[in-house]
Every structure is written in C-alpha cells, then in structure tokens.
Design a binder for this molecule. Structure first.
Ligand code: URA
Length: 434
C-alpha cells in the first residue's frame, strides 16, 4: 500500500493496515515520505483516530524505524517515563535506587518541554556530565553503575523525530494515538523488560482533568503491553511542584538531598512508589508495596546515592560530587524572596504559570536552539496547605538578573493563592492502571 493509499484509507476512517504503517514509518525515517504526507497523516489521525490495534501497529512501526537495543545483563532492564511536571526530578532518584535493587536502567530521556523541565537539562547542570553518549559508552555506564541517563541518539525511533517536528507546526500534538506512539516508540526501542509510567494530573501537568489522565494512562498501558513490554501506570498529583525546587541545578540539589537522606517528602515517596511498581512487575519484589519498601531501603541505606555518584562519574562528572554537590553546582547571582502577601494557608498553585516563570528565568527554552541557564529557577517552595505569615518567603527566585527576578516575582505572587483556611490536600497517587 502506498502512502497515498494509507492516507485515503484514514480519510475514509478505515482501520489502517499494519504493513502500511510500517512502510510509512520507514518512509518517515528515510525521508521518502514528504512533509506534506506526514502532516496529512498527523491530521487524519488527530481527526479520526487509529483505534487500539492501529495505535499498537504505529507504535511498533515507529519503534522499528531505527535501532532497537538488546541487553544481556544479570538483572531485568527497567525504566520509568513521566508525562512531565514541575520539580519532577524523580528520574535522578529512581534510576540509581532501582539499580541498587538489582535492576538495570538504561534511561533514554528528554529535554524540557513547554512549561515542564527535562531530565537531560537537569543532569547537565553537573559540570562535566555528558548525556550524548555513543552506544558503547552508554552500555559501559549501565554496566558500571547499573543506570545511565542519556539523550536519544539519532537512530532511536527516527520516525518519531520526523513526525514530532511536523506535529509541532501542524497543531497535531494533541492526539492520544500520536502521543502514545511517540512516547512508547522511544522507550520500547531501549529494549526494556518492564516500564512504569508516571501520568501527571493537575495544574502543573499537561493533563488537567482526571478523565484525560486516565485516558492517556489507559492508552499507554494497553499499547505498551500489546507491543510486548510489561507496563503499568500511576496517575500522580501535579497540583504543586514535586520537589521544593524548580530549575536544573536546584532540582539536582533536591534529588541529592533525598538520596543523601537529608530530605524526604513527595519526591522520595513517589520515587519509591513508581520504583516499587516496576520492581514488582519484573519479579524483584513480591508486591508493589514491598518493592516500594526495597526502594526506600536503597535510599536510606546509601546504596542509591552510591549508584548515582558512580553514574555521574561514568558520564564525565566530578569524583566527589555526591559528597558536596553545592560545591560543584552553579549558583545564580541574584537570589530574591517572594514574600507572602498576607497571613493564611497556601490553597492553590497555578502550576503552568509557575513553570512558565521558571522557563522565562532561563531554566527552559522558548525555542529549540535556546541555551538553558543551569543555575536559575525557584528554590525553597512552600507546599500546599502550609500556613504562612505575611512577609514569610513563599519561595526564593534564583535569577541571572534583577529585572528577571522582578518579573518572576509578580508572576509567582499571582500564581500562589493564600486562603483563610487549610485546604483539603490532594493525594500523591490518584490511581493505578495495569
Ligand atoms: N512527549 C513525547 O515524546 N511525545 C509526545 O507526543 C508528547 C510528549
């Protein structure tokens, strides 16, 4: 079937032929499919959908459009994917903790997207660390530390790279089928034995309603399992930043604080819950709860920190990083408090606005070619439900320039609501799928 025939079938809302999707994905990768055809495909899928079987077929086809890794290791190869949030540095805690529990974690991760941060940008805040490793080096780091966090090389799911760029400019990002195939094609190409998905829900997430989050989690879990990777999802709260920090170096510091036993809270709890689920799925724990306890032990006993330190060094970072992270991480020249405007309780946070304020400080990108400033962001962010006195800092802005701090302060003041009574707090985990 030609691309034209595939597009005509989609226009008639007929289920797509899996072999036609395979040929289409290969055509995207070798550029024999044109941008016009890719755009028409994306719009047709957005409008008519692919159906569950078509979604699996597209995911497989995009996965197989490039290189698929195979591993021969003495433990299961596991990973996590998050749909993106604020202060979400779970990967930096979870990957080394899973490694300390006997798994291998070859994490192919991404950069910041929209108002959310990206794990690669965070890790690169550590001087010397490289996330652009060739396959031999990637394998050597996984061997040495049990985990590695890298960017996708050009030969991992190249059909997705091409289609994603076209979707970005044709208003076709928002399709359950296309999002599912895009996320999973890259993850499944890493040759995983198990995957856990962190589908975020709330003001700082892409999915703002429970129905949307459940639909995405259901599509991802069903598709990944049908494509041969045992997968489950947790729907987790993103109505406030997960760590008390947003920004690259600040989140590395928050993650190392958790790994070093100096902090706990939602970041530790969620890392353990996600890790526990995937450990249980892979048979390294009898139940998700026992898996979570194993993760906590790996953190509290220092084994996860030791793995993180090994990974940092193996990826080019400084030897003593985990013992004195603040000595190595860059610091912003301007640090300014955002005082509470009145007495009361923190009742709500406009997460997307907080994320965009952090991006505007330079922690993320407005266009793809922007360079991020690793030092900037928000620190010491007070959580929902915290009782504050007028003038007490709601957070600290870390900025490159006074004017930027000033602008961020106005946005943050408007984004954090103070009420007269303590609010009902949302649960950290709203549900499980799979
Ligand atoms: N992240 C991806 O990798 N792909 C999408 O389509 C959306 C989010």
């Amino acid at each position: 079937m030609t691309t034209r025939a595939l597009l005509a079938a989609l226009r008639r809302r007929e289920p797509p032929d899996p072999r036609a999707l395979e040929a289409f994905a290969k055509g995207l990768a070798d550029r024999s499919v044109s941008d016009a055809q890719a755009g028409a495909f994306a719009m047709a899928v957005c409008m008519g959908g692919l159906g569950p079987e078509g979604r699996v077929a597209l995911t497989r086809a995009m996965r197989d459009s490039g290189r698929c890794l195979r591993w021969a290791l003495d433990g299961p190869v596991l990973d996590k994917h998050s749909t993106g949030g604020l202060g979400d540095c779970v990967s930096l805690v979870l990957a080394p903790a899973l490694a300390a529990c006997g798994a291998y974690v070859p994490m192919i991760s991404g950069r910041g997207l929209g108002h959310t941060g990206g794990t690669l940008d965070k890790l690169e805040a550590i001087p010397g660390v490289s996330v652009d490793l060739d396959e031999a080096r990637f394998r050597a780091v996984v061997d040495e530390a049990g985990c590695a966090i890298v960017g996708a090389s050009p030969d991992i799911a190249p059909a997705d790279k091409r289609l994603y760029a076209v979707r970005d400019v044709t208003a076709t990002v928002e399709s359950l089928d296309l999002i599912t195939a895009s996320i999973l094609s890259k993850k499944l190409a890493a040759g995983l034995d198990g995957l856990v998905l962190d589908v975020k829900l709330g003001s700082g997430a892409f999915m703002k309603t429970e129905d949307d989050a459940r639909a995405l989690a259901g599509a991802l879990v069903e598709t990944a399992n049908a494509a041969g990777c045992p997968t489950q999802a947790l729907i987790t709260d993103m109505s406030q930043p997960l760590a008390p920090a947003m920004g690259n170096a600040l989140e590395v510091l928050a993650a190392v604080d958790v790994l070093g036993g100096r902090a706990g809270g939602a970041l530790l709890d969620l890392s353990c819950a996600l890790g526990g689920a995937v450990l249980a799925g892979a048979g390294l724990a009898d139940t998700p709860a026992l898996g979570a306890a194993k993760m906590r032990e790996a953190v509290e006993g220092g084994a996860a920190l030791e793995r993180f330190g090994r990974m940092v060094v193996a990826q080019g970072g400084p030897m003593g990083f985990v013992d004195a992270p603040a000595r190595y991480l860059p610091e912003a020249p301007v640090i300014r408090e955002v005082p509470a405007p009145r007495d009361g309780w923190i009742t709500a946070m406009a997460g997307e606005a907080l994320g965009l304020a952090t991006v505007a400080l330079g922690a993320g990108r407005a266009v793809e070619t922007d360079r991020v400033d690793p030092a900037v962001g928000l620190g010491d962010i007070l959580p929902l439900g915290h009782e504050v006195r007028r003038g007490q800092p709601l957070c600290r802005i870390h900025a490159a320039r006074e004017a930027q701090a000033e602008e961020a302060a106005a946005t943050i003041r408007a984004a954090i609501s103070i009420g007269d009574a303590a609010p009902d707090l949302p649960p950290l985990i709203h549900g499980r799928v799979g």
